[in-house]
Ligand binder design. Structure first.
Ligand SMILES: Cc1ncc(COP(=O)(O)O)c(C=O)c1O
Length: 453
């Protein structure tokens, strides 16, 4: 469909109805006639009102836009990114070999028969078995039929929203990974946006601040259907303790919510008092879905591999199986993770691969601790960095976009303003530990020079 001026639209209307483009009518303008046709490509489809409700760009494209503007003004700036949580270190060799072998196998008849083609939507059985062995068998009852391998956690979060359908009351930690709120808006859970509070209506924001040890007052979510809970949390880096997880599980079982427990950073936990999976907590199978990812363990952010656990014991209000619906959604919206990525996943869970993941995660954790120490020495209050690759720096209530801009302007370092993760994040800035060591050392020097209190 085209938008056009009236003078030409009637003309072209006749022309289009009475002839094909090959058989021009009398009214057809001559080659050199000036016609004023505005060919704005416009369909008859009205915009999804849920999309129209979304505020600003998604956080990271917005940061990229400001960074690019800074670079345009300062073309010689040597930008260092401690912003987006994207991994920087190469995928460890044993894991790359596993992928290379998986790719080569696809070039043989026997190999293609074994792992080629669409494969199972829920993932290759040996991978599902190994995920159970590595992450669940020691402390939980989760079995392989409850594991759904996927192309990553963010994709699963969106597909979960699809499974639950529109109009749900969703509760999120504030601050939190932006995908929970944005996918909630897109899927029609919110009824508007309050400019004053910077909150979407019908979404429950559960404040997580130093004063409550970054564990929210769950009562706020009493009427919610779905609770997104991320531990260790992005951006605060706070990992929930066993007692806090038990409180969450008991609350959800008592009030009938389903918790979507995001454990994308569980491998970073070193505090023995914090569980690495929610299924270590008694009662969690009847209220929790867990989402996990190889992204931050093995550098698979671009490769795409993750998994979601949906226990058989988890039921909807009518007694029907959530696992059954999840399987149905995955079979409809997804055709299985890339077989090469699954080859990488299998290798990552071998003894050699596991060790190499521990080393990579250890490297990022060391980065996080270096950053934490730097800011502490500069006189700031700093959170996170021990059980997560994120450092959450307290800037005494200052506007976090302003602090973000100041850091960028003074040091050419990209960070993430806390407000981008929710209104309670204002006053803080998130620094990511995903960085080459030499860049981090340079960043630390620049920060020490410019931000001594
Ligand atoms: C809390 C959290 N969950 C999920 C994801 C997305 O993981 P994936 O790469 O598997 O989509 C991220 C990525 O930054 C994250 O921070």
């Amino acid at each position: 469909m085209f938008s056009m001026t009236t003078s030409t639209s009637s003309l072209l209307g006749k022309q289009l109805s009475s002839s094909s483009s090959k058989h021009l009518t009398k009214e057809q303008p001559k080659r050199h006639d000036k016609i004023n046709v505005k060919v704005a490509a416009m369909s008859n489809v009205s915009r999804n009102p849920n999309m129209a409700q979304l505020r600003a760009g998604y956080l990271f494209p917005e940061i990229a836009r400001i960074r690019n503007a800074h670079l345009e003004k300062n073309p010689d700036a040597k930008i260092i990114s401690l912003g987006i949580g994207d991994t920087t270190e190469p995928i460890p060799a044993p894991i790359v070999s596993g992928m290379a072998n998986a790719a080569l196998a696809l070039g043989t008849v026997a190999g293609y028969e074994k792992t080629g083609g669409y494969g199972s939507e829920a993932g290759q059985q040996p991978l599902r078995d190994l995920i159970v062995k590595r992450f669940y068998s020691e402390k939980t009852k989760i079995n392989a039929s409850e594991i759904f391998v996927s192309d990553g956690s963010k994709c699963d979060i969106s597909r979960m929203q699809q499974m639950f359908g529109p109009g749900r009351k969703v509760a999120v930690q504030d601050p939190a990974y932006p995908a929970y709120v944005d996918s909630s808006v897109i899927n029609g859970h919110c009824t508007g946006y309050d400019e004053k509070t910077k909150r979407y209506e019908n979404i429950v924001y559960m404040e997580c601040v130093p004063g409550n040890d970054f564990f929210p007052n769950l009562e706020a979510a009493k009427d919610a259907d779905i609770i997104f809970f991320c531990s260790p949390n992005n951006p605060t880096g706070a990992a929930a303790t066993r007692a806090q997880c038990k409180e969450l599980v008991d609350f959800a079982n008592k009030n009938g919510q389903i918790v979507i427990y995001d454990a994308a950073y569980a491998f970073y936990i070193e505090n023995p008092d914090c569980p690495k999976t929610i299924y270590e907590i008694e009662g969690s199978e009847t209220c929790c879905i867990e989402s996990c990812s190889f992204s931050k363990y093995a550098g698979f952010t671009g490769l795409r591999l993750g998994w979601t656990v949906v226990p058989e014991a988890l039921k909807f209000a009518d007694g029907s199986s959530v696992r059954f619906d999840w399987n149905r959604c995955m079979c409809t919206a997804f055709n299985g993770a890339s077989n090469v990525a699954q080859g990488g996943g299998l290798a990552a869970l071998s003894d050699e691969g596991w060790k190499s993941m521990q080393e990579t995660v250890g490297f990022y954790k060391e980065n996080a601790k270096m950053l934490k120490k730097t800011f502490e020495e500069l006189g700031f209050k700093v959170y996170g960095a021990v059980d997560a690759p994120y450092v959450w720096v307290d800037f005494d209530g200052r506007d976090s976009w302003e602090v973000f801009t100041e850091i960028l302007t003074k040091t050419d370092i990209v960070t993430t303003p806390g407000a981008g993760f929710g209104p309670t994040g204002d006053g803080f800035v998130r620094m990511s530990a995903f960085c080459h060591r030499d860049n981090l050392e340079t960043a630390i020097e620049r920060l020490k020079k410019e931000f001594a209190k």
